[in-house]
Ligand binder design. Structure first.
Ligand code: GLU
Length: 506
């Protein structure tokens, strides 16, 4: 086996990539980069019935968006291609044959109906039908039939499958990098189908052959594949190949209670379970995605990194580069990891605060455009400087700072009722005169002048400040009122106060 670390992410293009799949890809990527190895994308599309249009591109787009690009794979062909199993179809038969020759596999001709009948018969007796050493000698296969009969059936074009002959009574010892030593009693295994006469291998055979031919050194995948581990180890042994190392990542559980986080949970529970939005090509149904919901990829990958792993230190924020340095399979947990959508928001808030305000402003300008609002980058950046700390997503800048871009058209009735008294109209008119006299309309200056005037009138600050805020914002929300006044400028400030007097009129 080559000493260079080579890992693969091997999704089946059966729909959008679940966030759990993204975590598998991330851990593979981190492991590869930590060891200066290669990260390979292999599309496992042997099951044509489950193939979904657009799913492969979705997988590629998701990895790119998360900044975990693959080194080899579709579109990045290197020596071990092609990287789609459907394009490798002709490769697998030889290995199925090899397994038959060595006595590790056999032809089976049982029809779906006959297997169903066996299943029902067993059920009626309270038993479970397993196709393995229990009964394989009694079924329609090359272990029970004469070699002439087998040859005749194949020649006639009868449908067959090739099944692995799982050993009886063996305690298989193997190691999982996360779970440690494992012992599996092979008597409980069923004789899995490896190959079908339609020329297609099943997942198990294709997966093993490809991992071998692609020189994969470590198989890092979800816990749901743990039940296949024994078969895979046995297949390597039967083919005379050295097995890669295996690591099965813990399940991702629903935020509350037990059970696996499923593809359907997301929109039902109010958070995305997909990296990107996905439109089902058949139903047209849309499932939400982290990207479209405004999350930064850094927040998503940071959250995913902690979903089943921890660095063993107090540090919580990690860029991908930092993760590649500290990531270690030894620190991946065995127990299921609870998905925590609030934690993702918390990471998002951090990365928004960390990111460059010019970038946020340029992205926010796109949102303003959709509202038909024109603003300069400089002005928008100034607004971002003022309101960013209150935002989690770029989109929140609107909710937190819309009043920098539009005049209020309505006034919060509850606030207005409380703050706009009989005398307020007069006070506001006087305030306008004070403002008119301020030459240098800077926040500090405006604040000083207005406050001095209030003091000179010997009235409470709230009597002016609250109506002023209502005039400029439409409610009592918002950042420092004098910063707002400075940003929108003297004319607009006065205009908004005049408007409020007109509309609110007592
Ligand atoms: N095609 C399998 C999947 O969809 C790959 C499992 C593995 O990594 O071996 O998850």
């Amino acid at each position: 086996m080559s000493s260079k670390v080579r890992v693969r992410f091997a999704p089946s293009p059966t729909g959008p990539l679940h966030i759990g799949g993204v975590r598998t890809a991330l851990y593979n990527y981190l492991f590869a980069k930590k060891h200066n190895g290669d990260f390979i994308l292999r599309i496992e599309d042997t099951d044509q019935n489950r193939y979904v249009e657009g799913a492969e591109q979705y997988i590629i787009d998701s990895l790119n968006w998360c900044n975990i690009p693959y080194d080899e794979g579709p579109g990045k062909e290197k020596d071990c291609g092609p990287y789609r199993q459907s394009e490798r179809k002709n490769l697998y038969k030889e290995y199925a044959d090899q397994l038959i020759e060595s006595g590790n596999a056999y032809y089976a001709f049982d029809t779906a109906e006959s297997l169903d009948a066996h299943r029902k018969e067993h059920e009626a007796e309270g038993k479970t039908f397993i196709y393995n050493w229990h009964n394989r000698e009694k079924l329609k296969n090359s272990l029970a039939l004469s070699s002439e009969e087998v040859a005749k059936r194949i020649e006639k074009g009868e449908h067959y499958v090739i099944r692995f002959k799982a050993p009886k009574d063996e305690i298989l010892h193997t190691v999982d990098e996360i779970r440690g030593e494992m012992e599996i009693d092979t008597s409980i295994l069923d004789d899995k189908v490896l190959y079908k006469s339609d020329g297609m291998p099943t997942y198990h055979l294709a997966n093993i052959v490809d991992d071998h031919l692609m020189k994969i050194t470590h198989v890092i995948r979800g816990e749901e594949w743990l039940p296949s581990l024994a078969l895979h180890v046995l297949l390597y042994r039967s083919l005379g190949w050295e097995s890669p190392k295996f690591a099965h990542l813990p399940l991702i559980l629903k935020p509350k209670g037990k059970g696996k986080l499923s593809k359907r949970d997301g929109d039902k529970l109010g958070f995305p379970v997909f990296p990107l939005e996905w439109k089902d090509p058949n139903s047209g149904e849309i499932a939400s995605g982290y990207r479209e919901d405004g999350y930064f990829p850094e927040a998503v990958t940071n959250m995913l990194a902690f979903l089943g792993w921890n660095p063993g230190t107090e540090q919580e924020f990690f860029t991908i580069e930092e993760l590649t340095e500290v990531f270690d399979l030894k620190r991946v947990h065995k127990a299921g990891a609870k998905f925590d959508p609030e934690k993702t928001k918390w990471f998002q808030q951090h990365y928004l605060q960390e990111s460059d305000n010019s970038y946020i402003a340029s992205e926010f300008l796109k949102i303003l455009k959709t509202k038909n609002i024109d603003a300069t980058l400089e002005y928008t950046k100034h607004v971002v400087d003022l309101v960013k700390e209150r935002a989690i997503f770029i989109e929140d800048i609107w909710e937190q700072g819309f009043y920098f871009f539009v005049n209020p058209t309505s006034y919060d009735p509850k606030n207005t009722k409380k703050a706009w008294k009989e005398t307020t109209n007069e006070l506001m008119k006087e305030l306008i005169s004070v403002l008119k006299n301020i030459e240098d309309f800077k926040a500090d200056k405006v604040s000083e002048e207005v406050k001095n005037w209030i003091k000179s009138k010997e009235i409470g600050f709230g009597k002016v400040m609250q109506p002023l805020r209502i005039s400029l914002v439409g409610s009592l929300q918002g950042v420092d009122i004098f910063q707002i006044a400075e940003a929108i400028g003297k004319d607009k400030t006065i205009y908004r106060i005049e408007n409020a007097i007109q509309i609110i009129k007592k």
